[in-house]
Design a protein. Sequence first.
Lengths: 148, 81
Amino acid sequence: MTSSRCAVTADPIDPCALLADAGGSDGAALLFVGLVRNHNEGREVGHLDYQAYPAMAEATLREIVEEARGRWEVGSISVVHRIGRLEIGEASVAIAVTAPHRGDAYEASRYVIEELKRRVPIWKREGYLEGDSEWLRGYTPHPAGEEA
Amino acid sequence: MQIKALFFASYRDIAGSDELEVELPVGASVADLVVSLRERGGAWRSLPSDPAVAVNLTYSSLGTPLAEGDEVAFIPPVSGG
């Protein structure tokens, strides 16, 4: 399979369905799931609010997936990122990769999540148990060719 | 010319809105748009003078020239995943 699917959705993510849709004729299938953590930088987190620039987020995800395809021998790559309010333990992101060999699946999956964090326009606001909340400051994206 | 400015996350808190139509002289760049917003004063002074921006869905530099109807998104540091 050489399909790919990139989506930003307010609906709960079903990681097993994502893996099943990826197909099984490639020899290796790898599923990465990011979950909402109950603590960050010493503070207790109660929930997260994710916001996205959906059109650009999906376009950037497609770009990242194509880059991964160019670097490793992979079959399908599917990426889904959740937006809206998420409770502790819910899946915020899932990546399913199939490949003829496991090495390529691991490398491609790692590339997609690292690049997603660096440049896909998605933001999270942490809601703390103490009642306040804060937008997390992550990576500052740069135009292509101008990486700092 | 009319430009559509989009704001997300902490920048949306500064703008007090997710979208704004801005009138700029023909030939204006992204940098001119940033200056015109910061000159509004108040919370707008918290908008960085060199924010990351995307013009029509592509990350762009401050020197990028704008055209009628362009969509300029102000992108605070991203934190997906």
